[in-house]
Design a protein around this ligand. Structure first.
Ligand code: ADP
Ligand code: ASP
Ligand code: MG
Length: 424
């Protein structure tokens, strides 16, 4: 007997029948003698639908109210899931994030967890009940307003609660069998891996693999809490995210060189055209963008044209921050004396991730050969110790992911199963 924390994503509770199926699964775990704490996301695409509603009402919804609206999605699923569990003869109690003790800062839409005080959850467990906690939400310590943790944040709620409650493992139930070497929705030959390290999963998540929320992986690494990503539609063992694969597996297997390929269609590319090539100009550009709280990713500065003494500076940022970045730059146009701004959100970032890159030469050569053989045009490049990323046209993303996947020998024999979800 132990404490099991289970998180069910939106596609696992998309409709009434799915809610009942998940309820049966929870009851099975409970009847097997475990204490169970459940975290649940909003049903299906509810969060997207609520955002669309807000945008119909207001072009730029107030952040506090948008958070209040979005947390309603998880309230619905936690209540109906608790009802379904009751009907199977087990007591279940639903809690909002605030009631469950998820204390955050007050950054609406991207709040960070600063404390977890799960007294009511512990009391429910002691009573023999199954607590059902609404994912992705909390309450701000200073303003006492309701906050959300950002899209996909229920994973982070689950890991934070699992750590605070001292669970042995946090199970993340989703619509695929585990973590694959690429998103099976665009690379059908993606292969499921039994284990992946926190380090590699962090790079994959940071570069678009939304199967796990980035901060959930950061949190799990900090507490050395294993995450088990698996399907709520099958009983197969999924993928374990751990600190050390050979230790987890209990033998001295060598870690694969490449962990996987990630893609991200959510970025935009901004080019500041005709920047005077003299000291301080780049600093001025990036100060303006930072003051607008825009997170930059890749940065490239062209070689300046000798004739004009001017150069172009290009960077990428989340599409959601694009207009903010443009407005901030427009304000410093006269100070920096650049000529023009260009905005392009028809881009995709494709990244190859693997800790083995550190010690294996030739990875870049294979990567760029695969892209060129597939006719994919590379617009920007960036690297880290364990990652190579390129920016390409959106329409080339799937071709690029598949070509790189094949070139590194990652293709599986069969096709990956996708049980549900719309991939939104
Ligand atoms: P949930 O609603 O359960 O939180 P998400 O849609 O957030 O589910 O995450 C699951 C999806 O993540 C999968 O359906 C898959 O399309 C996508 N995904 C992206 N990269 C990967 C990967 N490397 N392995 C598995 N799934 C991935
Ligand atoms: N419902 C929220 C979202 O769609 C949180 C989550 O699913 O993790 O982003
Ligand atoms: Mg998710």
């Amino acid at each position: 007997m132990g404490l099991v924390v289970q998180k069910y994503g939106g596609s696992s509770v998309a409709d009434a029948a799915s809610v009942k199926r998940v309820a049966a699964r929870i009851v099975e775990t409970k009847r097997a003698g475990h204490d169970v704490v459940v975290i649940v996301s909003a049903m299906g695409d509810t969060t997207d639908d609520l955002i669309a509603l807000a945008e119909q009402v207001s072009p730029n919804p107030a952040a506090r109210e948008l958070d209040m609206l979005l947390t309603a999605g998880e309230r619905i699923s936690m209540a109906v899931l608790a009802m379904a569990i009751h009907d199977l003869g087990i007591e279940a109690r639903s809690y909002t994030g605030s009631q469950a003790g998820l204390i955050t800062d007050s950054a609406h839409g991207r709040a960070r967890i600063i404390d977890v005080t799960p007294g009511r959850i512990q009391a429910a467990i002691a009573d023999g009940a199954v607590p059902i906690v609404a994912g992705f939400q909390g309450v701000a310590q200073d303003t006492k307003d309701i906050t959300t943790l950002g899209r996909g944040g229920s994973d982070t709620t689950a890991v934070a609660l699992a750590a605070a409650l001292g669970a042995d493992v946090c199970e993340i139930y989703t619509d695929v069998d585990g973590i694959f070497t690429a998103d099976p929705r665009i690379a059908p030959k993606a292969r499921q891996v039994p284990y992946i390290t926190y380090e590699e999963m962090l790079e994959l998540a940071a570069n678009g693999a939304k199967v796990l929320h980035l901060r959930c992986v950061e949190y799990a690494r900090r507490f050395d809490l294993p995450i088990h990503v698996r399907s709520s539609f099958s009983s197969k063992t999924g993928t374990f995210v751990v600190s050390d694969i050979s230790r987890a597996q209990g033998d001295a297997v060598e870690q694969p060189i490449i962990a996987g390929v990630a893609h991200d269609m959510g970025d935009a590319k901004i080019t500041v055209v005709g920047v005077p090539d003299k000291p301080g100009m780049a600093a001025g550009i990036f100060r303006a963008v930072a003051d607008a709280e825009v997170n930059l990713d890749m940065i490239v500065q062209n070689v300046s044209a000798a004739a004009t003494g001017r150069t172009d500076v290009t960077f990428t940022c989340p599409q959601a921050d694009g207009q903010k970045a443009l407005a901030a730059l427009e304000k410093v146009k006269h100070e920096i004396e650049f000529e023009d701004l260009r905005y392009d959100d028809d881009i995709a970032k494709v990244s190859l991730v693997g800790a083995g890159m550190r010690s294996h030469p030739g990875v870049s050569a294979t990567f760029f050969r695969a892209l060129s053989d597939a006719g994919v045009n590379v617009e920007m490049i960036s690297t880290s110790e364990i990652r190579i990323s390129v920016v390409t046209r959106t329409e080339s993303a799937a071709t690029a992911v598949q070509a790189v996947h094949t070139a590194f020998g990652l293709d599986a024999d069969g096709e990956a199963v996708i049980y549900g979800g719309t991939g939104r």
